[in-house]
Design a protein around this ligand. Sequence first.
Ligand SMILES: C[S@@+](CC[C@H](N)C(=O)[O-])C[C@H]1O[C@@H](n2cnc3c(N)ncnc32)[C@H](O)[C@@H]1O
Length: 291
Amino acid sequence: MARASNLSRRRLKHFVHLSKHKYRPQRKALKALFKQDTYRIEPDAKVTDKSIFKYWKNRHRLFSKMQTHDLYMTRELWFSVTPEIVAKFAARFIKSCLPDAQVILDVYCGGGGNTIQFAQYFQKVYGVDNSLEHLYCTYRNAQAYSVEDRVWLKYGDWPTLSRKNRFEKLQIDCIFSSPPWGGPQYLKSEVYDLEAALQPQGLRETLQGFLRVSENVVLFLPRNSDLGQVSQVTREILGDEARCKVLYVKDNGFLKGILCFWGEKFYNYACQTAPEDPTTVSSTIDYDIDG
Ligand SMILES: C[S@@+](CC[C@H](N)C(=O)[O-])C[C@H]1O[C@@H](n2cnc3c(N)ncnc32)[C@H](O)[C@@H]1O
């Protein structure tokens, strides 16, 4: 019993990073999650919830360690986590473009799909999410990949936190974000409206806020995103000559979304220095807004 609570305390200590004291009200809830080993996946126990069955069927694509390590998912995370191969591609691509980068901020870090892959290539990864359960899953999943020491998590609502202008001091080399797309319904309309449908802020506000923290910004957005909006917002915020690089990413032959890059070093990236095995995620169209 004593051993278990020491373990929980140690884990909580690791979990609390950016500003320790802010976690006091959450400590009890976190402790309960750890103690009850909540959300641990039984990879071979078939899910009964029909709405997540298709995601469960592809569970090994979400986390390759699904069968060999303890991994943790809430119901929402089943359709939110970035598949590992896509997350790895994004991390490698950013590393190739920004070889000296050390610190990444993953806003809306969810279950850690992206955070974990960033932690494989960068020294420090900050993750922010307004779900304590998701932060707990990120931490647990980072443990499965032995990268939890590089991962620093912050609980809270991003728009509120970002208004306090504290992230500017963290010397973030690149902000990555896979914001909530609004659930699986995002494909219902032919064109995804990046102002009306993206949560919790539209593209303009999201990008403006991120650019205050870092000059390098990467967003993972729906494959049917309105590229006209991307172009317009880019020019409105960064000027008429500004560009945004857009890569279409596939996993297992299926288009998973687009990666949008803002930042000079991304635009001038030479393909011959692409991360090894560039075909695992095919960047089928390299869409340059000005190109
Ligand atoms: C698409 S998921 C991110 C998935 C993540 N990239 C991964 O691979 O696991 C979006 C996340 O945003 C979080 N979120 C939604 N609204 C938020 C807000 N206002 N502030 C902070 N996090 C928020 C949700 O809890 C969810 O975990």
